[in-house]
Design a protein around this ligand. Structure first.
Ligand code: NAI
Length: 342
């Protein structure tokens, strides 16, 4: 069953669903940081989903215009805007999926970890409000450094007594989207068919594409594997440098995040065939959080697909061991931050 049910299918369904809006729109989605570089195109893509009845846009400024603009699109969802902390609770009440792209992006020369001090506080405050107002929602964390902000969110939810590890996700879909694109280009494959699981974390060497598990099955030379792995790991930096100070990936990120939202909504809607890679609490390795492919269901993560880790190549095995110390320290930094605050 797994062979037919990996992400290309999700991708095809995601693209088809725009053209053929059959499903019943009934889910409420909130975007926190909706007026930003990611937030705006992400809100547009979510507005196109046939599964969404209600789209709530929250930011500290400039969100009214974004909502007014989007509300004129003749797709089913109603768009509501919420500005500033005093309107955050109302934004979140009754929401099924909360997506968090709030925070500052990288500039040239910065690592994702350089964003820690600002974004850690933003994520903490927003997740506290999620815990108080929609504790059952799926929470999608986009704000970087994801390797630390997800552990922060987990600690906040624990402190509030509402942590459900199956419903807290670090969004790593962009790594998969990039891996699929680069592999298809390199191997002249039909893009829609390509699926590469990407595991580990979401920064530098912690991003590990499992090229040996590419579907359809392809063979790579050692040079190709190294070149593709490094390009996938540094793809975010490619965009940061090309934008030369004007931010990081926003459009491809919005595309990837919208796909993860659509997959979550299909899972909530009872589709039993939804698989995505994401960064979650995990016992797959000795680290408390780890990105891998998971099966999504109505209650969040239904199963971790551990079979991706069988028969890794020597290159992948080495890269897996090499990423663990950095990922471990980013996770501990997040947990330490959240625990220091109490
Ligand atoms: P941006 O600066 O264009 O937008 C961020 C938005 O967040 C702004 O509208 C700002 O007003 C808002 N914001 C700031 N503080 C807030 C708060 N307390 N509550 C609500 N909203 C708040 O940044 P961009 O490019 O949209 O990136 C956002 C985040 O996403 C960054 O941390 C970036 O590093 C991350 N990112 C993650 C990726 C991933 O693969 N997970 C890929 C690309 C970016």
């Amino acid at each position: 069953a797994l062979r037919d049910s990996c992400t290309p299918k999700a991708q095809k369904q995601y693209q088809r669903s725009w053209k053929n809006p059959q499903p019943q729109a009934s889910y409420k989605v909130a975007v926190l940081g909706a007026a930003g570089g990611i937030g705006q195109p992400l809100a547009l893509l979510i507005k196109m989903s046939p599964l969404v009845s209600n789209l709530r846009l929250y930011d500290i400024a400039n969100v009214k215009g974004v909502a007014a603009d989007l509300s004129h699109c003749n797709t089913p969802s109603q768009v509501l805007d919420f500005t500033g902390a005093s309107e955050l609770a109302n934004c979140l009440k009754g929401v099924n999926v909360v997506v968090i792209p709030a925070g500052v992006p990288r500039k040239p020369g910065m690592t994702r970890d350089d964003l820690f001090n600002i974004n850690a506080n933003i994520v903490k405050t927003l997740v506290e409000a999620v815990a108080d107002n929609c504790p059952d929602a799926f929470i999608h964390i986009i704000s970087n450094p994801v390797n630390s902000t997800v552990p922060i969110a987990a600690e906040v939810l624990k402190q509030k007594g509402v942590y459900d590890p199956k419903k807290l996700f670090g969004v790593t879909t962009l790594d998969v989207v990039r891996a699929n694109t680069f592999v298809a280009q390199k191997k002249n494959l039909k893009l829609i068919d390509v699926d590469v699981p990407v595991v580990g974390g979401h920064a530098g060497i912690t991003i590990l594409p499992l090229l040996s598990k590419t579907k359809p099955s392809v063979s790579f030379t050692d040079d190709e594997i190294h070149e593709l792995t490094v390009r996938i790991q540094n793809a975010g930096t490619e965009v940061v440098e090309a934008k030369a100070g004007a931010g990081s990936a926003t459009l491809s990120m919005a595309y990837a995040a919208a796909r993860f939202v659509e997959s979550s909504l299909r899972a909530l809607d009872g589709d039993s065939d939804v698989y995505e890679c994401c960064f979650i609490e995990s016992d797959l390795t000795e680290l408390p959080f780890f990105a891998s492919r998971v099966k999504l269901g109505k209650k969040g993560v239904e199963a971790v697909i551990s079979s991706d880790f069988q028969g890794l190549t020597e290159y992948e095995q080495k890269a897996l061991e090499a990423l663990k110390p950095e990922l471990k320290s980013s996770i501990e930094k997040g947990i330490g931050f959240a625990q220091k605050q109490t």
